[in-house]
Design a protein around this ligand. Structure first.
Ligand SMILES: Nc1ncnc2c1ncn2[C@@H]1O[C@H](COP(=O)(O)OP(=O)(O)OP(=O)(O)O)[C@@H](O)[C@H]1O
Ligand SMILES: [Mg+2]
Length: 354
């Protein structure tokens, strides 16, 4: 867990880059910092690994003030991926990635195995890419190596400063998927800076929108899109490229009338239908039919985009579909929700009254 308490940063020339910033980032979260250029994202990120020292306030990692951490340990524990690809040009992929493990005095064998494992994880065949220099890799491949390098020594925290902004949309999407998958597989806490709202909404478990050094709103994508704190948030979210590329998680209803706990099965009226039933720990059990629970195949995952989700409705008569992740019923998405959302997005004036 990373906690910012009343953090401010004023540079020596008087620039107030960050002002009274308070935030908690939970273990295992993919946390996105977003905001316009110059709003203080990089400064905030660099304060986490002490590349920049705050002028006021405290930052805690695992409950311990970062000034009490051994600086070397802190840096090793916080992998850092920069916006500009910053691989050492004369070193091979393998050498680039092995720098921190070697400083940590891992043995050759352990380092080598780790490098291979990570390269595989981001889709770079080690036998092909290990011996190449950065100049022999494409931009996207270099960026992947950058991610691998930051992960090599197994840090608990990964700081990523606009890591994909220099890449074409397709490569960018692939890397976003990589990061999502990596994060579910290895459960790192990731702090991810971007100024692209689509990227933020696609990636972030939580999103913190900053402006002029201040935190404007922090919450899930759902909270920001549904309950923007003010006009600035609305405007920033309105900046989307394509509303059909909104993930289902953003507009699903976690407390829908189409969901019920199995404990209530016998007490419920026969409507609404469909009714999706969950058990302990929100485990998805199926759909109600009479007083029985029957299997239900057609569902969507939280990161399904709307454009794809509508096709699922064509396969079924149901007005609402269960949103399921790892067997858990997260919520329900209905045709009506989608239509309402697209209508809101396309007529900002009407959203004032929502
Ligand atoms: N070393 C410095 N000395 C003085 N001012 C600085 C310094 N570094 C950054 N700033 C200023 O602090 C403010 C925040 O900068 P920061 O780099 O954190 O912004 P950012 O949100 O990362 O912007 P971008 O999206 O353009 O990367 C800006 O006004 C910037 O000019
Ligand atoms: Mg920056």
């Amino acid at each position: 867990m990373i906690t910012f308490q009343h953090i401010s940063k004023q540079f020596t020339d008087g620039t107030k880059a960050v002002q009274d910033f308070n935030l908690t980032i939970n273990q295992g979260e993919l946390f996105v910092l977003i905001g316009p250029s110059g709003c203080g994202k990089t400064t905030t990120l660099k304060m986490i690994n002490r590349l920049i020292e705050p002028t006021e306030g405290q930052i805690f990692i695992e409950g311990k003030d970062i000034r009490e951490w051994n600086i070397q340990e802190l840096r090793w524990n916080t992998g850092y991926v920069l916006q500009q690809i910053a691989l050492f040009p004369t070193m091979t992929t393998e050498e680039n990635v092995s720098v921190v493990p070697e400083m940590k005095k891992w043995g050759k064998q352990k380092t080598r195995a780790r490098v291979d494992e990570l390269l595989d994880m981001v889709g770079l065949d080690p036998s092909l890419y290990k011996k190449r220099k950065p100049s022999e890799l494409s931009g996207g491949q270099q960026q992947r190596v950058g991610v691998v390098r930051a992960l090599a020594a197994d840090p608990d925290i990964l700081l990523m400063d606009e890591p994909f902004s220099a890449l074409d949309p397709l490569t960018r999407e692939q890397l976003q998927n990589d990061i999502r998958r990596l994060q579910t597989e290895i459960q790192k806490t990731i702090v991810f800076v971007t100024h692209d709202m689509d990227e933020a909404l696609a990636l972030g478990d939580k999103i913190c929108l900053m402006n002029e050094g201040k935190l404007v709103q922090a919450g899930t994508a759902h909270e920001l899109t549904r309950r923007p704190a003010n006009a600035f948030v609305k405007e920033f979210i309105g900046d989307r490229k394509n509303e059909w590329e909104t993930p289902v998680s953003e507009i699903m209803d976690p407390h829908s009338e189409f969901i019920a706990s199995v404990n209530l099965l016998n007490e419920l009226p026969l409507y609404p239908a469909p009714l999706y039933i969950f058990g302990t720990d929100r485990q998805f059990l199926g759909r109600r039919q009479g007083n029985e629970i029957v299997d239900h195949d057609i569902s969507v995952s939280p990161d399904t985009m709307l454009q794809e989700a509508v096709h699922y409705f064509e396969k079924t008569d149901a007005d609402a579909l269960p949103v399921i992740n790892e067997g858990k019923l997260l919520g329900v998405i209905s045709y009506k929700d989608i239509v309402r959302y697209l209508k809101e997005i396309n007529s900002p004036a009407e959203r004032e009254s929502v």
